[in-house]
Structure formats: structure tokens, C-alpha cells
Ligand binder design. Structure first.
Ligand code: HPA
Length: 272
């Protein structure tokens, strides 16, 4: 694995020798942040050795490096999901590579279903902790000691200082931001109402199908992680009606302006 990571890393560093310290992952339909980015380099996933192609509509799969306002950042547009049939190791591979390239702080965004009836599509939620219901873990298998410890601590996966900064930025700019627990399921089917009820009972505030593998792999490597969910829909059974992916993308699109604003301000606060 280390050899593959090194090969991918060298390809990226050849194109971008001074890799930015901040990486932003743009979840489903949240690509508009790139409109504000002064582009430096763009690298499609299929050009990077050992990177797998993303297969979901709305996740095109490229690494974009540029300047957001005054800060240099890299953005992953499109991520790999476990439900696409990739192994956990494959899902986290790009994150490990980018951490090796020099990214230290990772801002993960995602779309998620809200479990509380007072939530509305378009709400933003800062993840304070997660519950891994994916039935798998990216660290299973021989441990790569150069990446991290065999049994890494997960007491604080989502960095408390970064969370405080995010909350402050939201408050100062009048952006509503709840804080809560993300339950990660493998999908791709949405949950049943009974499953949503169970996840709510065990402490979940939102449910999604991503983020947890990468958060675990990055914590393993000692990287800083902060994550925000866009509540694109209320989870199954919370209100009458059925769910579909088009609705998820549509809601994500509607809020992407305020989401992009929050991300941009946050990046400036933590990097200056
Ligand atoms: N459940 C799981 N994942 C999701 C949902 C949901 O309701 N909405 C967006 N991603």
C-alpha cells in the first residue's frame, strides 16, 4: 500500500509541488465553491495513479488546487463511497495520499438526512461525533505503522478548536448551524423508518453514507478534521412522503451559496 500511496503522491506533487495545508471535500451538489476559486491546477482522478473513478452523478472526481480569497486550498470534488463497491481502503486512499502530500486540515462536507422533525431541508449541521454503522473500518488489516497506531484514539475525531471556529464564523455571519452526531450507514438504499427511529434513539442527529471512513483514516494519521452536513432531506419516516436522490441534489444546490460562504469564511479564519 505504501508504494501505491507514494506513486500517487509523487504524481500530485509533480503538478503541485507546494501542496496546500487545507483540503476541502465537496459533497453531493456542493461544487459551487469552485466558482470562487482562482484555479491553479486541476487533476482528474483518472490521471492519478491508483485513484479509482467516482461513479455517482453529481460527483465528478477531480482534485482542484487554487486560491480561495487569500488562502490556497485544495478541493476534492467527488469522493468514493463504500456503496459503489469500493473497499474501505479504496475509499480512503485519496485522503491518505493528500495527507502525505502535505494537507494537515481536512474540511469534509456531505449530504445527510435529518432525524428531527424540527429540521428543514437546507439546514447545516456541524458534526461533533459519529456512529459508525457501516459494518466495516478502513483500518482493518495489517497496520501501516508509518501512517498511524494500530488502535488509534477516537475520543475527538472532529477537532474541537476547528468546531469552535466554525460555530463562531456561522454566528457572526447569521448562518444557522446546529451541532450533532452523524450516523454513517453503508447504503445505497435509504433507511427504513424503523432504522431511522433506532438511529435517533442511539443518539444520531443526521444519517449519511460517507465521511466516516475518511474521518477515521485521517484521525489515524493524526490529521485535523472538521465536518459539516447539509441536511438535504428529513430521513425516512420523520415526515410523510418518500425520498429520492434528485431531491437531495436539489436541496444541496439551493443551499450551496450560504454553505460556500461559510466554508470560505472559515478557511480564512483558521488559516490567517
Ligand atoms: N439517509 C442516508 N444518507 C443520506 C440521506 C438520508 O436520508 N440523505 C442524504 N444522504
Amino acid at each position: 500500500m505504501m508504494q501505491k500511496l507514494e506513486e500517487a503522491k509523487h504524481h500530485i506533487l509533480r503538478k503541485c509541488p507546494d501542496f496546500p495545508g487545507m483540503l476541502i471535500v465537496l459533497g453531493s451538489g456542493l461544487g459551487s465553491l469552485l466558482d470562487d476559486l482562482k484555479l491553479e491546477v486541476e487533476i482528474p482522478f483518472n490521471e492519478i495513479p491508483h485513484f479509482k473513478k467516482a461513479t455517482v452523478p453529481g460527483h465528478s472526481g477531480r482534485l482542484v488546487i487554487g486560491t480561495l480569497g487569500k488562502i490556497r486550498v485544495s478541493c476534492l470534488q467527488g469522493r468514493l463511497h463504500y456503496y459503489e463497491g469500493y473497499s474501505m481502503a479504496e475509499v480512503v486512499f485519496p485522503f491518505r495520499v493528500l495527507a502525505l502530500c502535505g494537507a494537515e486540515t481536512f474540511l469534509l462536507t456531505n449530504a445527510a438526512g435529518g432525524v428531527h422533525s424540527d429540521m428543514n431541508p437546507g439546514d447545516l449541521l456541524l458534526i461533533k461525533d459519529h456512529i459508525n454503522c457501516m459494518g466495516d473500518n478502513p483500518l482493518i488489516g495489517a497496520n501501516e505503522e508509518t501512517l498511524g497506531a494500530r488502535f488509534p484514539d477516537m475520543t475527538q475525531v472532529y477537532d474541537s478548536h476547528l468546531r469552535e471556529s466554525m460555530k463562531k464564523v456561522a454566528q457572526e455571519n447569521g448562518i444557522a448551524l446546529r451541532e450533532g452526531v452523524y450516523a454513517g450507514v453503508h447504503g445505497p438504499s435509504y433507511e427504513t423508518p424503523a432504522e431511522v427511529k433506532m438511529l435517533k434513539m442511539v443518539g444520531a442527529d443526521v444519517i449519511g453514507m460517507s465521511t466516516i471512513p475518511e474521518a477515521i483514516a485521517l484521525k489515524h494519521m493524526g490529521k485535523k478534521v472538521v465536518a459539516v452536513s447539509c441536511v438535504t432531506n428529513l430521513a425516512s419516516g420523520v415526515i410523510p412522503g418518500t425520498l429520492d436522490h434528485a431531491e437531495v441534489l436539489e436541496t444541496a444546490k439551493k443551499v450551496q451559496k450560504s454553505f460556500a460562504f461559510l466554508v470560505k469564511e472559515f478557511v480564512h479564519v483558521v488559516r490567517t
